[in-house]
Ligand binder design. Structure first.
Ligand code: PRP
Length: 179
């Protein structure tokens, strides 16, 4: 049995993701030309997207990481967020770009946007690889793919901490999570 056997269908292939991430990187590089943005990733799901995106950027940037835990059940975030690992970088005057894997309700990033702006950031934008919900609570400046509302795994995204290392994004078979 391989991880692939648990995937019902591939939504975005490794090549499609690489092409889209390159396009997003070009747009972000144009928009931030002459500036020195701070890329912030919310662990863990976005770690692969961050690694690929930062390597196609042509602007000088810094990188930092946060970890949050969201109260509520696993399927729906409540918007009440506890910071488990905070940034090490002072935000005063910085142009912050949040690099996120999935934007669903947007409640996690709504909380974080407020929190980070209150630290004196000059600007804050969001780059989301997947937009699951057409009307999230925050508006991302950059979106990779508008994604169907299905259980997606791979390219950093997990089910019970597994499947993050799949190189593509796919829909998980129902039998895996419904037992
Ligand atoms: C996902 C994703 C966002 C959040 C989005 O993280 O990375 O942080 O959920 O949901 P929202 O827009 O409805 O608030 P998850 O809780 O799966 O953790 P992980 O990144 O560690 O896998």
């Amino acid at each position: 049995m391989s991880l692939d056997d648990d995937v019902e269908r591939v939504l975005y292939s490794q090549e499609q993701i690489a092409t889209r991430v390159r396009e997003m990187g070009e747009q972000i590089s144009r928009d931030y030309a002459g500036r020195h943005p701070l890329l912030v990733t919310v662990l863990k799901g976005a770690f692969i997207y961050m690694a690929d995106l930062c390597r196609v950027l042509t602007v000088d940037c810094d990188i930092d990481f946060m970890a949050v835990s969201s109260y509520g059940n696993a399927a729906h975030s409540s918007g009440i967020v506890r910071i488990v690992k905070d940034l090490e970088t002072p935000l005063e005057g910085r142009d912050v770009l949040i690099v996120e894997d999935v934007l669903d309700s947007g409640l996690t990033l709504k909380y974080l946007t407020r929190n980070l702006m209150s630290r004196g950031a000059n600007s804050l934008e969001i780059s989301a690889l997947l937009l699951k919900n057409p009307a999230p609570a925050v508006t991302p400046r950059y979106v990779g793919f508008e994604c169907p509302n299905e259980f997606v795994v791979g390219y950093g995204l997990d089910y019970a901490e597994r499947y993050r290392n799949l190189p593509y994004i796919g829909v998980l078979k129902k039998s895996v999570y419904e037992g």
